[in-house]
Design a binder for this molecule. Structure first.
Ligand SMILES: *[C@@H]1O[C@H](CO)[C@@H](O)[C@H](O)[C@H]1NC(C)=O
Ligand SMILES: *[C@@H]1O[C@H](CO)[C@@H](O)[C@H](O)[C@H]1NC(C)=O
Length: 478
């Protein structure tokens, strides 16, 4: 039992790395039901147009900072992921090589510079870039750049050396050791201790055995064998190279359904005009949108039940909500549960936002607002509007792609740019109405007051755009 479970997980590991290495371009996810926790890291398709822009930016910065003779250009995007923060944080792993253009050529011409044909002159490097992009300010920043020479280009993945037939332990270990030695040389591995090296050898062996099984079962043209990931366990691989996209099922803890509104929705409503909304806040470079969405909702609920508008603490959730991932994303449904367990929220002043996870410093004595339960709203936009007008601002989540480029007006992106299944950001619905006949949702964002219209985003209402109707919820204060 134990063995087969283990085997399964290792098989999965190899499939993952094979997909990753060989067919990554098919991984655009456009029609799959991927709902990540708002704020979490998401894999980006290599063909994504914004990714191309980010890659060009990274190339430019790389060339400005390098002291080589030739301009260098990306030969291959190995992997790319993004996370919605204030703007978007991209993580790219790319290969770069020398072009025939000398460093004296204008950077603008880079796209037409051809690569050196000779691998020794191409001098391929693998680089990790982290880029922080704030499109509405036309601002990009390199947060991290780490490069190392790529392994020699010879691509022989197939393992023919390992015996499949029973062999004496000695023969086997000689084969294994020589394959491992080759791997260590090819990928320039160094291990801190003998123990570590032994452990890596065992992982390497397991991965190779799995690769052989896969090879024998494969009915297509895939090849399996040693890759640069061969000394990593599945878990290590996933955390280093894949997005921590949450499992697609069990993601959304079912909440109690909210009772329907008593009356139909009035033509328009805006909770800002009724004092239920605190000033716009700023999540900074942390995937904590979910915490801002939830505090915004509770601020409204507390105001409507207790008559006092407080500004509540997101940092308490970042530090103390163990059901969510702090700056790595989270779900409003989890956050309500965590707040109930903690006993309530402190104010913004008592538990100030820092934008990174710290140890939990919550004290029950400072609780300023509590909640008693939480509810999930209908997915019908008219019913959501009616509920909002009667009960207060609503926590929602959506695909934030269009938000990245938004300046003002009512945004109505094409569906293909705003896949309702790729939810990556959580915000607060504070009202709705019509602007010159165009129905909209008024959305409080958490990217500062200099974003959009004084910190707000207006999205077309009535065609479930960007998945805006998919994750609507509210806390309940008794
Ligand atoms: C190999 O790795 C070591 C440290 O891990 C580094 O100092 C060295 O430059 C690397 N060599 C190559 C050829 O990548
Ligand atoms: C709501 O929760 C608060 C704090 O946990 C508690 O003191 C209060 O009794 C609850 N109210 C109801 C009606 O359950």
């Amino acid at each position: 039992m134990e063995t087969s479970c283990h085997l399964l997980s290792t098989v999965f590991f190899i499939i993952t790395i094979t997909v990753f290495g060989l067919v990554q371009s098919q991984n655009d996810g456009s029609d799959r039901g991927l709902v990540g926790a708002p704020g979490s890291t998401i894999q980006v398709s290599v063909s994504d147009p914004t990714l191309q822009k980010v890659v060009r930016f990274a190339e430019g910065r790389y060339n400005v900072g390098s002291n080589g003779i030739y301009l260098r250009r990306v030969t291959k995007i190995v992997s790319a992921s993004k996370q919605v923060v204030k703007g978007v944080k991209y993580s790219l792993v790319v290969e770069l090589g020398n072009t025939l253009c000398k460093k004296t050529a204008a950077l603008a011409d880079l796209a037409i510079c051809e690569f050196h044909a000779d691998p020794n002159k191409l001098k391929t490097e693998v680089c990790l870039f982290e880029i922080w992009d704030i499109p509405w300010q036309s601002k990009s920043t390199v947060l991290k750049q780490k490069c190392q020479p790529a392994a020699p280009t010879k691509e022989t993945n197939k393992i023919e050396t390992l015996p499949t037939s029973p062999s004496t332990p000695d023969e086997e270990s000689v084969e294994l050791l020589s394959a491992f030695k080759e791997f260590v040389t090819k990928y320039n591995r160094s291990y801190s201790s003998q123990e570590e090296a032994d452990k890596r050898l065992r992982i390497f062996q397991e991965n190779l055995q799995t690769a052989q099984i896969l090879q024998s079962l494969d009915q297509g043209s895939a090849e399996y064998g040693v890759t640069k990931f061969s000394d990593l366990t599945e878990e290590e691989f996933r955390s280093l190279y894949l997005n921590p996209l949450l499992s697609q099922q069990n993601l959304h803890r079912p909440l109690k359904p909210a009772g329907p509104a008593r009356n139909p929705a009035p033509p328009s409503w805006d909770w800002r005009e009724h004092g239920a909304v605190s000033p716009v806040k700023n999540q900074g470079m942390c995937g904590s949108c979910w915490a801002f969405s939830v505090t915004g909702n509770i601020e409204g609920q507390w105001f409507l039940k207790r008559g006092e508008l407080l500004s509540l603490s997101e940092q308490e959730l970042v530090d103390c909500d163990r059901l969510d991932q702090a700056c790595g994303g989270g779900l409003p449904s989890n956050a309500y549960e965590a707040i109930e367990k903690l006993g309530g929220l402190e104010t913004e002043t008592d538990y100030t936002y820092t934008g990174h996870k710290q140890s939990c410093d919550f004290s029950t004595g400072k609780v300023a607002a509590y909640i008693n339960s939480s509810v999930e709203l209908s997915k019908d936009e008219n019913e959501i509007a009616a509920w909002l007008a009667e009960n207060g601002p609503v926590s929602v989540a959506l695909n934030a792609f269009a938000m990245q480029f938004y300046r003002k007006g009512v945004s109505h992106p094409l569906k293909i740019f705003c896949n309702p299944w790729m939810i990556d950001h959580a915000v607060l619905l504070v009202g709705y109405g019509d602007r010159n006949g165009t129905p909209f949702w008024a959305i409080k964002n958490s990217w500062g007051e200099d974003y959009g219209e004084e910190g707000y985003y207006y999205l077309y209402r009535g065609s479930r755009l960007c998945g805006i109707n998919k994750m609507c919820s509210s806390a309940v204060v008794n």
